[in-house]
Design a binder for this molecule. Structure first.
Ligand code: ZN
Length: 159
């Protein structure tokens, strides 16, 4: 396994929109293993392929205390969102900055696993936060982008 280099702001490659995965091959398995290793090493609870400069729709997550419950999401889509929660977030691509972000409190995600099987995940609390944060990366969005929207909304139209 390999520890991959994690891109950090203001690297413009973090703005890249990821392409869907079409072949569930050995390269994909190696990528997910390397991403998990990189995430555990960092250490972090989630990592999107975008952050390691691979622009495919691949996300790994493990919110367990013992780091023994990895989730791999390929081509993930949020198909249902409910409620709102505010959680303090950080990001391996934005070192040492933490900020409260408002997101859906529960979500339903459809994705494939690393062998191409369809999976559905119902998530709430931290897992829901983490999935929404990582899926944003695949669209070229980092969590600070949510804050600039909030700050902008406080400006007067004339100002
Ligand atoms: Zn992040």
């Amino acid at each position: 396994m390999t520890i991959l280099n994690i891109l950090t702001l203001p690297d413009k490659r973090l703005k890249t929109i990821a392409d869907p995965v079409v072949s569930f091959d050995a390269d994909l398995k190696k990528l997910t293993k390397d991403m998990l290793e990189t995430m555990y090493d960092a250490p972090g609870i989630g990592l999107a392929a975008t952050q390691v400069d691979v622009h495919k729709q691949v996300v790994v997550i493990d919110i367990s205390e013992d780091k023994n419950n990895p989730i791999c999401l390929i081509n993930p889509k949020i198909v249902e969102k409910n409620g709102l929660q505010t959680h303090e977030e950080g990001c391996l691509s934005v070192p040492n900055i933490y900020a409260k972000v408002k997101r859906a409190s529960s979500i339903v995600v459809e994705a494939q696993n690393e062998t191409g099987e369809n999976i559905t995940i119902v998530a709430d609390e931290l897992l829901a936060v983490c999935i929404q944060h990582e899926l944003d990366h695949l669209k070229g969005i980092v969590f600070l982008d949510h804050l600039s929207v909030m700050i902008a909304s406080y400006r007067s139209p004339a100002g």
